[in-house]
Ligand binder design. Structure first.
Ligand SMILES: [Zn+2]
Length: 112
């Protein structure tokens, strides 16, 4: 209906969500803080491994909430900065995340 505020889907978080993402076919919402945290982990893993999937970073808890739990250990010394390919990869992943707050309602009603 109207612009209702959605809370973050991260476990034990009640902040207002700013974005939504699809994880394992389900829609989840994230606040700024958790979105940044997830991005950070994705970025580090991408730098380390050369590629990363969102499934490698997030886990769904029994309560149906999201939790960061990287399946691959992050070794800070292995995280290489400035690798463009990895950076691009993360950008692509983040692009899939759509903003929920600024929803456009420009739907033209078509007549049959
Ligand atoms: Zn949160």
């Amino acid at each position: 209906m109207s612009e209702q505020q959605v809370t973050c889907s991260y476990t034990r978080c009640n902040e207002v969500a700013i974005i939504s993402l699809i994880f394992k076919g389900e829609r989840f919402y994230l606040c700024r803080k958790h979105f940044d945290e997830i991005q950070n982990v994705l970025y580090k893993l991408a730098m380390q491994e050369g590629e990363v999937n969102i499934e490698d970073v997030l886990t769904k808890t029994r309560a149906g909430k999201l939790k960061i739990s990287p399946k691959i250990e992050i070794i800070e010394s292995k995280v290489r900065r400035g690798e463009r390919s990895a950076e691009k990869y993360v950008v692509e992943l983040v692009k899939k995340v759509k903003k929920t707050t600024k929803r456009r309602k420009k739907r033209k009603s078509k007549k049959k």
